[in-house]
Write a protein that binds this ligand. Structure first.
Ligand SMILES: C=CC1=C(C)c2cc3[nH]c(cc4nc(cc5[nH]c(cc1n2)c(C)c5CCC(=O)O)C(CCC(=O)O)=C4C)c(C)c3C=C
Ligand SMILES: [Fe+2]
Ligand SMILES: [Fe+2]
Length: 339
């Protein structure tokens, strides 16, 4: 009987090919021209992205990427390859694992071609975002479908939409946090997630359930795919794994872009409040990311630290991301084998 190889497509957001201003500009244009990221009509989006954001932001972002860059390149990409290889090793020859990036390289097209070349019987798509957001997970699903829809033979595809509550995902982050907490006492823990515009949450709200007040604090059938509700839920699970009481931690949101309201509380505002309240030693987690990247290492690890110190804080530490943690790869293996 013919062998059934199952294809596994790991997809992360993507990163510039190099920290040069030109490559960062190219990356920003592709990323921000995605209608699921900047969800306005294409003409004003083009004017905004190509006329304003990309040209003005690229030189500043390139400097940040230069600080992040290691010998092996951008951590988001090289850890992606490491995890791909570790997962392939664990899954064995019944599976073929490929890595694609939603923007820039390696592209999702190339990764899907690797799977098609070995005639996989079906494909399991794993967007590497713990919490579902239309701008990330939704965009990956749309892109994969648009490519595969042009194939003569369309394989059956399973999309894994989230893993924000997977016990091994929680355990992998909690283990990194425990290690930090064993070396230093902290007054408060912050779980800082990438934000999204409030509008994105409202557009995805089933039956107008999510009005961004208290609804996100409870997780149930109707707000199952609310990004904010999922972030709060991940925080509650992490807090339970770390033995934290409710007043010892806070969920916040970072990286807002533009003038529209984004989901709150904002990390940069909250850290100032913390210092005013006399909480001087803070440990920050970034549980929306599975690998070190600009948003964790530089925004949380350096920029927020600087702001916290200026506001009178004494200790600001960042919990390392999952990167090539074996428990994280166990999580991926479990997600794949159960799909
Ligand atoms: C958790 C996943 C992410 C969500 C949700 C998300 C939404 C989102 N992002 C922007 C704008 C930018 N994001 C940038 C970097 C960036 N974003 C994510 C993840 C999510 N984004 C990652 C992993 C990264 C880092 C990539 C890396 O190479 O290290 C940037 C570029 C960086 C910069 O210039 O500051 C922008 C811009 C929007 C508008 C948005 C939701 C609508
Ligand atoms: Fe982002
Ligand atoms: Fe919600």
């Amino acid at each position: 009987m013919a062998k059934n190889t199952i294809g596994v497509l790991l997809v992360n957001l993507g990163t510039p090919d190099s920290p040069s201003t030109g490559d960062v500009r190219k990356y920003l244009k592709e990323f921000l021209m995605d209608g699921r990221v900047i969800d306005i009509p294409v003409v004003p989006r083009t004017m905004l992205v190509k006329g304003i954001i990309a040209p003005f932001r690229a030189p500043k972002s390139a400097k940040e990427y230069a600080k992040l860059w290691e010998d092996r390149g951008s951590p988001l990409k090289f850890y992606g390859y490491d995890v791909r290889d570790m997962l392939q090793e664990k899954l064995g020859s019944d599976y073929k694992v490929a890595l694609g990036m939603r923007y820039q390289s390696p592209s999702i097209e190339e990764a899907l071609e690797e799977l098609r070349a070995v005639n996989v019987s079906r494909i399991i798509v794993v967007p590497l975002f713990p919490q579902y957001a239309s701008a990330t997970t939704g965009s990956v699903s749309e892109k994969v479908n648009s490519i595969v829809n042009k194939w003569q033979i369309i394989p059956s595809i399973t999309h894994i939409n989230q893993f924000m509550d997977h016990p091994k995902f929680i355990e992998a982050f909690a283990a990194n946090g425990r290690e930090m907490m064993s070396k230093q006492d902290y007054d408060h823990i912050i779980f800082s997630y990438h934000g999204v515009p409030e509008r994105h949450i409202k557009k995805g709200s089933v039956g107008n359930q999510c009005q961004l007040s208290t609804c996100c604090n409870v997780f149930h059938e109707r707000n199952r795919y609310c990004y904010r509700a999922q972030c709060f839920y991940t925080s509650r699970l992490l807090a339970a794994a770390l033995g934290l009481k409710e007043d010892q931690y806070t969920t916040t949101f970072q990286s807002r872009l533009g003038k529209d309201p984004w989901i709150q509380p904002y990390t940069d505002e909250f850290l100032k409040e913390l210092s005013e309240k006399g909480k001087k030693k803070v440990l920050a987690f970034s549980p929306a990311f599975i690998a070190d990247c600009l948003e964790t290492t530089l925004e949380v690890g350096e920029e927020f630290k600087e702001e916290f110190m200026e506001a009178g804080g004494e200790v600001w530490d960042l919990v390392p991301s999952l990167n090539d943690s074996p428990v994280w790869v166990d999580c991926l293996e479990d997600l794949v084998r159960k799909s």
